[in-house]
Design a protein around this ligand. Structure first.
Ligand code: AMP
Ligand code: TRP
Length: 330
């Protein structure tokens, strides 16, 4: 059986990168796989969080998933902390993970920065918790953006290490799925940095809650070089290439087709067309998301029901792992 698992952090400001790199693909997969989509609040607290803000962001991300077209009746949508198996399996997998593997993780190095000795143990163990998320459900396919590739390779290594240590074939090795024309959406202010929830400039990203006027303005103000023509040269013209990638992903076309279509029109006309396209595709999503966010009780009930369904699978698999490890039955 093929099962999809993916996760998104509840850190507010769901943006176009999350949508094109992840959520849009999650929506498509529902037709072909058994899917679990998890709002990873345990991962969120690896860096300081204000509890009020965390609660609001968890609901905001849930609203975003539903507004984007995730059907919470067929797919399982839930937040990680409600299913206790994630933390329990993470501990068992910690015991199979050499610290040398974790020392190679680039995201930890980026997040910890220079103050590495001050970084929390949770931030260091973040990729093991991510492996636990996936393996707890024996997921076979994991759709993510490019930035999560290294973590997924680690998850495969950890699954293999566990299987070998116990001579079992308990865990399937999960396949990363890095899909779409925009697996790495870059900042609108700097074509060498990825679009991110935590960028201090709101003009660097298009938030999924932005209204039509804001979306159009952010694209108009997006940094580009001074060349008036449309050409796709990611190395030499990263900002222009990023906008072409975004257009291609939103329109469901290839970058070549988009470049050819606008090659005579000039860059200013291309930007106007991109703004119209983005408003057309994202406007209804944003409106739906804002409407859902007016109903926190509804969202909480969706998450509660999702956690109940997820727990059925998680409890059974965790019991199997505990038995393999030699823990007594409760
Ligand atoms: P995060 O916001 O870091 O929890 O990411 C949630 C999902 O969105 C993951 O699958 C990421 O790979 C994806 N993602 C985040 N930022 C970007 C980006 N700038 N471009 C493409 N995908 C992204
Ligand atoms: N670390 C991922 C991110 O920041 C989120 C995540 C947590 C995840 N657990 C996961 C993604 C399991 C895929 C599968 O984007």
């Amino acid at each position: 059986m093929n099962r999809v698992f993916s996760g998104v952090q509840p850190t507010g400001n769901l943006h176009l990168g999350n949508y094109l790199g992840a959520i849009k693909n999650w929506v498509t997969m529902q037709a072909h796989y058994d899917c679990l989509y998890c709002i990873v609040d345990l991962h969120a607290i690896t860096v300081p969080q204000d509890p009020k803000v965390l609660r609001a962001a968890t609901r905001e991300v849930a609203a975003g998933l539903i507004a984007a077209g995730i059907d919470a009746k067929s797919s399982i949508v839930f937040n990680q902390s409600q299913v206790k198996g994630h933390a329990a399996l993470a501990w068992i997998l910690n015991c199979q993970t050499p610290i040398g593997w974790l020392n190679r993780m680039t995201q930890f190095k980026e997040k910890a920065g220079k103050a590495r000795e001050q970084a929390g143990l949770g931030l260091y163990a973040y990729p093991v918790l991510m492996a636990a998320d996936i393996l707890l459900y024996k997921a076979t396919h994991v759709p993510v953006g490019e930035d999560q590739k290294q973590h997924l390779e680690l998850a495969r290594d950890i699954a293999g290490a566990f299987n070998r240590a116990y001579g079992s074939d308990c865990f399937p090795l999960p396949e990363p799925m890095i899909l779409g024309a925009a697996t790495r959406v870059m900042s609108l202010r700097d074509g060498t940095k990825k679009m991110s929830k935590s960028d201090s400039s709101d003009y660097s990203r298009i938030n999924l809650t932005d209204d039509a006027a804001t979306i159009a303005l952010k694209i108009k103000k997006a940094k580009t070089d001074s060349e008036p023509i449309v050409s796709y040269e990611p190395e030499r013209r990263p900002e222009a290439a990023n906008l072409i990638d975004i257009y291609a992903a939103l329109a469901g076309q290839t970058c070549e087709a988009v470049t050819a279509e606008y090659s005579n029109a000039g860059f200013a006309a291309f930007k106007r067309a991109l703004a119209d396209l983005a408003v057309e595709k994202l406007g209804p999503l944003a409106a739906d998301m804002r409407r859902l966010m007016q109903h926190p009780d509804y969202i909480d009930e969706v998450l509660r029901a999702g956690a109940e369904r997820a727990s059925h699978i998680a409890d059974r698999n965790l019991r199997e792992v505990e038995d393999i490890v030699g823990f007594l039955k409760p």
